[in-house]
Every structure is written in C-alpha cells, then in structure tokens.
Design a protein around this ligand. Sequence first.
Ligand code: FES
Length: 178
Amino acid sequence: MSENTDPSRRDFLRVAVYGGVVLISAGVGAFAVSAPRVPAASGDLLPLGPLLRFKGLDTGMPLEARVTIQRRDGWRLRTRPQSVFILRSGEGATAAHYSAFSPVCPHAGCGVHAEAEEFVCPCHDARFGLDGARKSGPSPRDLDPLELEVREYRGEDWLYVRWQDFEPGRPERIARGA
Ligand code: FES
C-alpha cells in the first residue's frame, strides 16, 4: 500500500461527521458547522457536509468521510463511527457528479482502504478499481455503491449518503435489514 504521505493533502481529505457536527480539516485549519440531526440506521440518509466543501476534491481521488450510525437496541441507542468513500466524478453540483462506496469488503466484511489507484482489502488481498470494480482476489462482487443525495439545509446544498449494510460472501448484493 502506498500511503498518502503528504500531510496537508491527507488532512484536506479528512471529513468527519460526529453527533450532528461536521468537522473538515482543510489543510490550513478546520471548520465546524451544525449538521442536521437525523436518526440513523441501515438505509438512513446521513449528512456528509455542505456540497461546497466537496467541490475541491480532485476528480477520481477518494475521500474518506465518516458518519455516525445509530441503532436502537431495546431502550439503548448504540452508535458506531463508519467510514464512507466519496469520489467526485465531474464538474457540477448534483449528487450525480459524485459517487460513494461502502468500505466494507464484500468478501468477509473487513475494511478496505484506498491506495493510489485502487481500493485494497488487507485481509485476503481483494483489489478494486476506484470505480469499485473487482480487479483481483476473493471478493464475490464489486464494492457496494451507496446512494448520494443533495438536499437543502439552512439555505445551503448538503451532500447526504444513504448508509446500507450488505450481506458479505455472496455474488448478489443483498441489503441487510431490507
Ligand atoms: S475480507 Fe476482504 S478479501 Fe477477504
């Protein structure tokens, strides 16, 4: 794996959404904005941040964004941070100009990471193109794409992702909880 060793670049690519607050390191500093609070579970639409912040992404360069998944388990609310890969695929201000992939490997559920030209799973060395297509290794299918939407929030366009868990180990894509 060739880690991105440029700290300013690495910092620029960090996006975090925690408990309704978005933090984006932008190399020269960070900003925090209030994010819409949404109940989150598999299949829910989660805020990633103002669309403006994603327009500076290099085309085809994956950004690792983080959202918080919340699940109600009886009376308890369980939360977990979750990464999502976002790529800008062209000029424009609609969700169609971006794509998102789950970082959960379709083989057995390990977390894939982004390298220069591909996504790689460290568990059994599955490799995927930056378009999510399977290149080599034991994964039975391509990376799982996630739906993106642009919605208005307080007068600004925001990018949202619909988080979904999928069954690993199967060639067909089956949403969990569907
Ligand atoms: S879990 Fe990813 S290759 Fe096996």
